[in-house]
Ligand binder design. Sequence first.
Ligand SMILES: Cc1cc2nc3c(=O)[nH]c(=O)nc-3n(C[C@H](O)[C@H](O)[C@H](O)COP(=O)(O)O)c2cc1C
Length: 206
Amino acid sequence: MSLSIDEVNRLKHAPGVDGVLPLFHSRWSPRSFSDREVSSADIEKVFEAARWAASSFNEQPWRFLAGTRNSPAYKKIFDSLMPFNQLWAVSAPVLILGVAKTTFSHNGNPNRVALYDLGAAASYLTLQAAAIGLATHQMAGFDQDAARKTFGIPDDYLFGAVIALGYQGEPSALANEQFVAQEVAPRQRKPLKEFVFSSWGTPASI
Ligand SMILES: Cc1cc2nc3c(=O)[nH]c(=O)nc-3n(C[C@H](O)[C@H](O)[C@H](O)COP(=O)(O)O)c2cc1C
């Protein structure tokens, strides 16, 4: 049985909670992308959202390498992906690689929260994408050494994730049964009591 895009989105939608922005519950990470291109204006919008993330000392340590299909940057990012990610990410029209500068510009000291700040910017990016009808899927499964070499990324930059960006595609278009099964599986999360504590391991009484 194959579900339509609308059916899958309904199934992936987490139960809403009053007063929480609906986007947090509707955003999810598909593996199937349609062949519709993303406009330059919309690509700019997702980076504009990332731009306004908070960061330690306002360092803004995030850097993004981005490419649209058939561009040299796209090919470099795609080639660095692990084969199991290449299998589905091949349908994404935009690929983005996030890296973080691990030293502060104002004094050269180590910035131990650089990856934290990159993650915040990436989250803004994914939510802005969802707000304008775009899908994102982040990937840790790529060869960092290959990406560093092919882009000439300096040693003091750490890698975050690759982000596939595009319009969601039909689940049935995926390459194999495992991907289809993941595409139509409901999303799971830990309850708050498992990660909001008042003392270590004790759920906070909030
Ligand atoms: C940093 C990071 C790395 C991830 N790496 C991969 C990956 O290499 N391959 C993949 O298929 N999904 C990857 N994912 C997607 C997660 O599996 C997915 O976000 C998670 O299961 C929650 O699903 P949701 O985003 O649909 O809510 C990654 C997500 C993040 C945030």
